[in-house]
Design a protein around this ligand. Structure first.
Ligand code: TYR
Length: 254
């Protein structure tokens, strides 16, 4: 006979990788704000990764993003910003997107650097888009990630594809009650040269030039950074070492 009152066996459950969980949180926040989510190629060409983003070959900013080059002259994208170019060539403003995916840098690894990591890139283009729109959006993201009291700070910074450019940080209190400014990412108003490069590509593809005179903002940030904080993971290399002792802690938390 079957005893239907016996408790069932609990089966082992899988779990979502911490990076996936952070992406899910971010994409939920931006979907709520009306953004579309896009993905693009990890193997890029120099034009989309650098030139069209206002980084000519002689620009010192190229040294900031050490590049894995392929034998055929292409490269592994060093950031998700080339998706700004790809999306604008194919779409008409107004537009609001987030682009997610892996990026690669030819760097020595340590507790806070990996040769492969992730980014989330935001891009908003339309008429009369202002720096205050950017600030409000980043603040909304911070509240979504870290709670209603999250404060954001902007500091002037330089990215060739923005003018002006800024870095943003959130004031974050960890579970042990310590709080500090945490640098989360870069942002800025889209540089007119980026719109010009997009119009040039559109023209070459037989499309209308429509980006001159538009305004927009963009931002980029790393989910690893957020996951390390939120889940108290001390070393970025744990994410990709496939050690069940680390990843297993996220089991059953689907
Ligand atoms: N692409 C930059 C990086 O990888 C981040 C960034 C993205 C900065 C968009 C500004 C911006 O508008 O460092």
């Amino acid at each position: 006979a079957i005893d239907v009152t016996l408790p069932g066996l609990s089966l082992p459950a899988g779990g979502l990788h911490p990076i996936t969980r952070v992406y899910d949180d971010l994409i939920e926040i931006f979907t709520r704000l009306g953004y579309d989510t896009v993905e693009g190629p990890e193997v890029e060409d120099e034009h989309h990764n650098f030139e069209a983003l206002n980084v000519p070959w002689y620009h010192p900013a190229r040294d900031l993003q050490d590049t894995f080059w392929l034998e055929d002259g292409r490269l592994l994208r060093t950031h998700t910003s080339p998706m700004q170019i790809r999306y604008m060539v194919d779409h008409t403003p107004p537009l609001k997107i987030v682009a997610r995916g892996k990026v690669y840098r030819y760097e020595a690894t340590d507790a806070t650097h990996e040769a492969m990591f992730h980014q989330l890139e935001g891009l908003v283009v339309g008429d009369g888009i202002k720096m205050s729109d950017l600030k409000g959006t980043v603040a909304e993201m911070a509240r979504g990630l870290f709670g209603a009291n999250a404060k954001v700070r902007f500091q002037p910074s330089y990215y060739p594809f923005t003018e002006p450019g800024a870095d943003f940080a959130v004031w974050w209190e960890n579970p042990r009650g310590e709080s500090k400014w945490l640098e989360l990412g870069g942002c800025g108003m889209v540089h007119p040269n980026v719109f010009k490069a997009v119009d040039d590509l559109r023209e070459a593809a037989g499309k209308e030039r429509i980006y001159e005179g538009k305004t927009g903002f963009a931002f980029g940030l790393g989910p690893e950074r957020i996951a390390m904080l939120k889940y108290g993971i001390p070393d970025i290399r744990y994410f990709y070492a496939n050690d069940p002792k680390v990843i297993g802690q996220f089991r059953g938390t689907l």
